[in-house]
Structure formats: structure tokens, C-alpha cells
Ligand binder design. Structure first.
Ligand code: DGT
Ligand code: CA
Ligand code: CA
Length: 582
């Protein structure tokens, strides 16, 4: 049975939860959580790394113990340590930890004093007023628990794109290898590169005698077959992700792909246009009366309604149809357009690889330049750089640039923007660099006015080049902080600086709608990996997907520029002579 990163991550999360209920050593718990995060967000399949004999310890947060656990899971599909822990506690207890407001301590009390082991039992205990009597709970907590359980049960689970991709790509490979199968495409929100995916919608064409349906419902990771017919089936995977498969006739493939790619709003708008032409569009084709006039390709569907092909990432009914009509569709940026990356870390702070390793990995991506942007001293958890260590790294970069050919390292920093908008390193230190990437890593909950002022002030600094992950959101974990993004974008315009689109799968920040805003205001966006290891460059594809959803063309993206042009653009932001240093 193929093991995915997300499976291992889930095992490690569960281990961390169980250790927490047992009140184990906090460092040990954190090690499992960090490892789960690393795996959950990694683009490469860990199983493949294991099979290739790669050293897993090169991954962030993976030491000897965890590396051995991963090998065991990949080899056997099981984790003996987790199994031992599970026998020590009732099975549904970890589910209780997912209820907001319930930590391991409370779960322990509920379990020991009320014999609450499942979410249903928790709900009943709260409803019947039995929880308020427990020490450390009270009536208000009980009510909060009741509300949280209701919300928990009704919330439809969504999957981060990178996680959905791990399942989708494995399943596509499997289905494509079934005899008689011709085409397999993952449609739906996955194809539109939405940052999260509700379920997977797979479309296939196959010979009539192909066993594709049987193979699909018998796929190793299926937990439950929800429905199964000759042409369509739905399954629930063990990880909780639902997958729908439809097998369509070749002549309808384009129409079905167009229909199941969505979005629903886009499809409705397309059908309305079709009606004005006296046409009918459905998943089988485009019809004039009884006659089918298009449907074998998506292009043919759009052509039939008088439109050029619209790329999936734009299909949200956010102006793409009007733009298509007017012949003003953007020529969307592609991964191959990138000439470099302007935000990465190395072993000097919380990254995994050396300068040289990162440089070579960037070169293997086909990049011409790579900016090294470590954390600054304030971020002590990441072992941020002080002026001395930064100066030493700058010397190392100079020396390395002498040796390397075909790739140029740029000297940068990801400097903390402090609460008052000042930067975490002295001006003189910043002035020596090629670029300064500013980031908010603290005080996320300031008022909108204060958070905006803080960032605007940081951008006033004569050495400020780029604002990293501008809203600070972590998908499904932390809401964006409250800022006036239009003012920030206008400040960037005024100062000639740039906004980052951080391609880390948990960030994808700038958000797509703000990309559009930046483009309209004439501010260039830089698609950066924020790589903490040489593997992380693979995440750039998700950043590019987000940029495409934000209508960005190559010319709207800073790091599509060749090095010489890039240098000119970033030099303009570094104006120490005009500022404090003069
Ligand atoms: P998701 O799964 O929530 O991330 O989002 P989607 O966009 O993948 O939505 P899903 O899986 O419910 O349906 C897949 C596509 O099928 C959707 O993007 C458009 C099409 N579709 C579904 N329901 C309808 C509908 O009622 N009308 C139309 N025109 N299209 C629909
Ligand atoms: Ca879907
Ligand atoms: Ca669906």
C-alpha cells in the first residue's frame, strides 16, 4: 500500500496528541508536531526519498529517531510506537483534541471523571449539564464546548492543495496505468489551483471493456465506496478526502472537463452566454437544438460560445468572461518564466542546507540568481542573525560567488518588522545588502490601523525592498492579520518596492485577490519559495498557481526578470543615501 507524506504526518500528529494526554516531555511532543508539519508540506514523496536511499535527516526537524520511524512506516505501513501508545488510551480520545478549547489536560479530566471518550459523548455531557461540575470547567466553558462541538460536526473539511496533490497525483498515476484507459485529468477546484480542495473530481476516457471503475473502487486507500455505477463512482479515502470519478465518451471529454472544472459560478455565466446564442451547454457537449456542435475539447466549447480558451485558474466569474470577450485575457505567468528566487534560508538559521547546497539546488531549477534571506536576531526560535553573523555570511556569499558559475547569490535578510515599524537590524548593516525583505512575525493582533501603520512605516525605511508574506495567514490555522492592503500596495508603488507571494503551501500569501490589486496598482510581485531546504523549490509551482489565480503575467512578476534587470529594480529600493545614513 503506497504511503503518502500526509499519512505519516497524521501518524506523527496522533503520536504528539497521545503523548500530550500522557503529559510526556514537551520537547518530544514538539518534535513530532514539527516533523508532521514538515511532511505535510513537503512536495516530494517521502516514500520515494526512502526508496532512493536519500538521507531523511536533511529534512527540517527530522533526526535519527524520526527518520527511523518514517522508514518503518514506509516499509510496513505501520508505526509500532503509535500502536503501543494507542493501547494505553481509548481510540476516540484524540478526536476530542480537535474540538477548539479542549487541550490534553481537559480531555484527560473528561475522560477520567465523566468517561467521555467520543465527540458524541462529549456533546451529551455538555447538553446535560454534567461538565460544569468538573473542577476547572464551569458553566461558560460548558457552553463553549457545546458550541464548538456543533461547529466541529458541521464543518466540511477541506484539504490544502499540497496535501490533495499527494493523493491526486498518486491516484492519477494508478488510474492511467489501468488497461484501456486513455486520458485521466483531475478537474474541479484542484485544476483551478485553489488553495484548498473540498473533494477531487477525476475525469477519464477509456475503452468500453476497461476495468477502470473496478480498479478505482478497489484502490488501496479507499475506506468506503459511497456509490459505484458503470460510468461514475464516489469513494471516501482513508484520509477523509472524497474522490468522484467519471468516465466519459471521448467526444464529450472537453465538455465534461469544462463542466467539472468549474467553478460553478463560471459555468453558470458560460451557460447564460450560450443561451443568448441559442445554444445549450452541458457536460456532454454544446447543442443547437438536437445537433451537437462542440464538446471534444475545451477549446471547442469556448469557441462555440464565441470566446477564446480561458485558463482554469481564472474560472471564478471574477471578470474573466468579460476579459475574454474583449480579447484582454492575461498571458498568465508560468513556472518556466521564473529566473530566480528571492527568499530562502540556510543552515545558518532554521534551514537545512548549506549556502552551496542551496545555490546548486537553485541552479538545478534553472535559476540564474538566488537571494539568501535569513531571519534576523529578533526571531530567536529560528536562531536569527545578529549583525556579526550576517556580516560573516555576506563574506561567505562573496567568496562563494567567486567560485560558482551560472548562478549568483544575492545578499539579503528577512528582517523582522518590530511593533513600532522599525527594522530589527541597524541601518548600516542593512545598507550593505542587495535586498531587504521585511516580515511581520509578532503581534499579529494589532488593530487594523496600527498594523497598517506599522507596515507602512517599515516600508518607509530607505533600505526596504520587499514585504514578505504580506497578510501573515496560515491556511486553516491563522487568519490574515487585519491590514489595509490597498494602502500597503500604494506605499509599495510610491517607494518602488515589492510584495512577496510566498509559495509555501501553508501560506500562499499574497492572496489571489490582492495579486490582482497589486497588478492594477502597478506593483510587481515576487514569487518566492521561502525554502528551508533544497527540496522546497518544488513548492514554487503552488505559488505560480496562486499568481495565475491572481491574473499575474510574467511582466507582473519581479523574479521573471533576468539578473541585470533585477539588480536595477532592487537597487532602486536600496537608497541609504536618501535616508538615515546620509
Ligand atoms: P471543492 O470541491 O469544494 O473544492 O470545489 P469544486 O469547484 O471542485 O466543486 P465540486 O467538487 O462541488 O464540483 C466540481 C465542479 O462541478 C464544479 O467546479 C462545477 C461543477 N458543478 C458542480 N455542481 C454544479 C452545478 O450545480 N451547476 C454547474 N453548472 N456546475 C456544477
Ligand atoms: Ca471538487
Ligand atoms: Ca465533487
Amino acid at each position: 500500500m503506497p504511503i503518502h507524506n500526509a499519512d505519516i504526518a497524521a501518524i506523527f500528529e496522533e503520536i504528539a496528541d497521545l503523548l500530550e494526554i500522557q503529559e510526556a516531555n514537551p520537547f518530544r511532543i514538539r518534535a513530532y508536531r514539527n516533523a508532521a508539519r514538515t511532511l505535510g508540506e513537503l512536495s516530494q514523496d517521502v516514500r520515494v526519498l526512502v526508496e532512493k536511499g536519500d538521507d531523511l535527516k536533511r529534512l527540517p526537524g527530522i533526526g535519527d529517531d524520526l527518520s527511523a520511524r518514517i522508514r518503518e512506516i514506509v516499509a510496513t505501513g505501520h508505526c509500532s510506537f503509535l500502536e503501543r501508545l494507542r493501547t494505553e488510551l481509548p481510540p476516540a480520545v484524540t478526536e476530542l483534541l480537535k474540538i477548539p478549547g479542549l487541550g490534553p489536560k481537559r480531555v484527560k479530566t473528561l475522560y477520567h471523571d465523566l468517561e467521555v471518550q467520543t465527540v458524541e459523548q462529549l456533546y451529551r455531557a455538555a447538553r446535560d449539564g454534567r461538565i460544569r461540575a468538573l473542577s476547572g470547567f464551569g458553566e461558560k466553558t460548558e457552553l463553549n464546548i457545546l458550541r464548538a462541538v456543533e461547529a466541529h460536526v458541521s464543518r466540511a473539511r477541506r484539504f490544502k492543495l499540497v496535501v490533495a496533490a499527494q493523493y491526486a497525483e498518486a491516484l492519477r498515476t494508478c488510474l492511467a496505468a489501468v488497461p484501456g484507459v486513455k486520458q485521466v485529468t483531475i478537474a474541479g477546484s484542484f485544476r483551478r489551483m485553489r488553495e484548498t480542495v473540498g473533494d477531487l473530481d477525476i475525469l477519464a476516457t477509456a475503452m468500453p471493456d476497461s476495468p477502470v471503475m473496478r480498479r478505482f473502487t478497489a484502490y488501496d486507500e479507499v475506506a468506503e465506496v459511497l456509490s459505484a455505477g458503470a460510468k461514475r463512482a464516489s469513494v471516501m479515502l482513508k484520509c477523509g478526502l472524497q474522490v468522484d470519478l467519471r468516465v466519459v465518451a471521448e467526444e464529450s471529454y472537453g465538455a465534461a472537463l469544462q463542466y467539472f472544472t468549474g467553478s460553478k459560478a463560471h459555468n453558470i455565466a458560460i451557460r447564460r452566454i450560450a443561451q443568448t446564442h441559442g445554444l445549450k451547454v452541458n457536460e456532454y457537449g454544446v447543442y443547437r437544438g438536437e445537433a451537437r456542435i462542440a464538446g471534444e475539447s475545451e477549446e471547442s466549447v469556448y469557441r462555440a460560445v464565441g470566446l477564446p480558451y480561458i485558463p482554469p485558474e481564472l474560472r471564478e466569474d471574477r471578470g474573466e468572461i468579460e476579459a475574454a470577450r474583449a480579447g484582454r485575457l492575461p498571458q498568465l505567468v508560468e513556472l518556466a518564466d521564473l529566473h530566480g528566487d528571492l527568499h530562502v534560508h540556510t543552515r545558518a538559521t532554521d534551514g537545512r542546507n548549506t549556502l552551496r547546497e542551496m545555490a546548486l539546488a537553485a541552479q538545478a531549477q534553472g535559476f540564474e540568481y538566488l537571494a539568501i534571506t535569513e531571519h534576523s536576531r529578533r526571531l530567536t526560535v529560528a536562531h536569527g542573525l545578529d549583525p556579526l553573523r550576517l556580516a560573516r555570511q555576506c563574506d561567505e556569499i562573496d567568496a562563494l560567488n567567486e567560485q560558482l558559475t551560472g548562478i549568483t547569490l544575492l545578499k539579503g535578510i528577512e528582517v523582522d518588522i518590530l511593533e513600532d515599524g522599525s527594522l530589527d537590524l541597524p541601518d548600516k548593516v542593512l545598507a550593505r545588502l542587495d535586498l531587504v525583505v521585511g516580515a511581520v512575525h509578532s503581534k499579529f493582533d494589532l488593530s487594523r490601523a496600527r498594523q497598517t501603520e506599522r507596515i507602512l512605516r517599515a516600508m518607509e525605511h530607505p533600505c526596504f525592498t520587499m514585504l514578505a508574506h504580506p497578510t501573515g495567514r496560515l491556511i486553516e490555522k491563522r487568519e490574515p492579520y487585519d491590514v489595509d492592503m490597498l494602502r500597503i500596495i500604494r506605499q509599495a508603488k510610491k517607494r518602488g518596492c515589492f510584495l512577496e507571494l510566498n509559495a509555501h503551501p501553508e501560506r500562499l500569501d499574497l492572496l489571489d485577490t490582492y495579486c490582482q490589486m497589486a497588478k492594477e496598482e502597478g506593483v510587481l510581485v515576487s514569487i518566492n519559495s521561502d525554502a528551508h531546504s533544497s527540496f522546497d523549490f518544488a513548492n514554487l509551482r503552488f505559488g505560480v498557481g496562486q499568481a495565475r489565480r491572481g491574473w499575474l503575467e510574467a511582466r507582473d512578476v519581479l523574479n521573471t526578470r533576468p539578473l541585470a534587470e533585477l539588480r536595477t529594480l532592487i537597487k532602486r529600493t536600496m537608497q541609504p543615501s536618501k535616508g538615515v545614513l546620509s
